[in-house]
Design a protein around this ligand. Structure first.
Ligand SMILES: Nc1ncnc2c1ncn2[C@@H]1O[C@H](COP(=O)(O)OP(=O)(O)OP(=O)(O)O)[C@@H](O)[C@H]1O
Length: 228
């Protein structure tokens, strides 16, 4: 479950100021609840605040005001030391993949498990399963630069879900892909939803949204203008 209650966000330096004085609020009065296991599109024009909203959801950002609750934990009440464990339950996929170029496909997908200190036997089994699921078993030893965009995004998706997150957020995950590859990535995101994960996908791809009707959060100028 994800709950935002009257959330505001400013990108300010430590002084609370932006370059031109008090930093403006890029998110304002945002309130919504996403039930566990739901699938939502996150829509809105460029600059509406979609990435900022996702950044709050996957705990890369903290709200300037209001409450963010993710997977039953209120951020305002969370001890700092508890943040990494909560983050591990959230998978993130970005438009630009963000793979580590010097690591193989296998090692990119294995990274979250290594960071979490998982044993090598479990890691090998889980990574292999994720590579099969994303159709990349043959590419385990390849470096990201030798893959197509669609393949790289599927590696990023495998890495995002290898820890079996309860929440998966994707920021324009199909923005750099052609129609066929975009559909393939979306099918995997929907499969995660079918398996019980809460999924939120920010996109400009109206055609993809039309093909896959689902509830949507719609942002405009930092406000949530529709939810349903
Ligand atoms: N790190 C940052 N520092 C300062 N301002 C930022 C930062 N990131 C985003 N913003 C501002 O916050 C507002 C919302 O940006 P955001 O990236 O969340 O929108 P978006 O809907 O995701 O846009 P797009 O669809 O183009 O990715 C914009 O005015 C943007 O300039």
């Amino acid at each position: 479950m994800v709950r935002f209650d009257d959330v505001g966000l400013r990108y300010a330096g430590p002084s609370g100021l932006g370059p031109q004085g008090p930093a403006p609020e890029v998110l304002r009065d945002v309130s919504f609840t996403l039930p566990q296991g739901s699938f939502h599109w996150l829509l809105g024009p460029s600059g509406a605040g979609k990435s900022s909203l996702l950044g709050l959801m996957h705990l890369a950002l903290r709200p300037s005001r209001g409450e963010v609750e993710v997977l039953g934990q209120r951020l305002s009440q969370l001890r700092r030391g508890a943040l990494p464990a909560l983050r591990r339950r959230i998978g993130v996929v970005y438009q630009d993949f963000r793979l580590l170029p010097h690591l193989t496909v296998f090692d990119n997908v294995a990274l979250p498990m290594r960071v979490a200190g998982r044993g090598e036997a479990q890691l090998r089994a889980d990574v292999a399963e994720m590579l099969r699921w994303t159709g990349l078993a043959e590419k385990a030893g390849a470096l990201p630069a030798t893959l197509s965009g669609g393949e790289q995004q599927r590696v990023a998706l495998a890495r995002a879900v290898v820890m079996r997150p309860a929440l998966l957020v994707a920021d324009e995950p199909t923005g750099n892909l052609d129609g066929v590859q975009a559909r393939r990535v979306l099918a995997l995101l929907r499969e995660m939803h079918r398996l019980g994960t809460t999924v939120v996908v920010a996109t400009h791809a109206e055609a993809l949204v039309a093909e896959h009707p689902a509830p949507a959060l719609r942002m405009d100028e930092g406000r949530l203008v529709a939810h349903g």
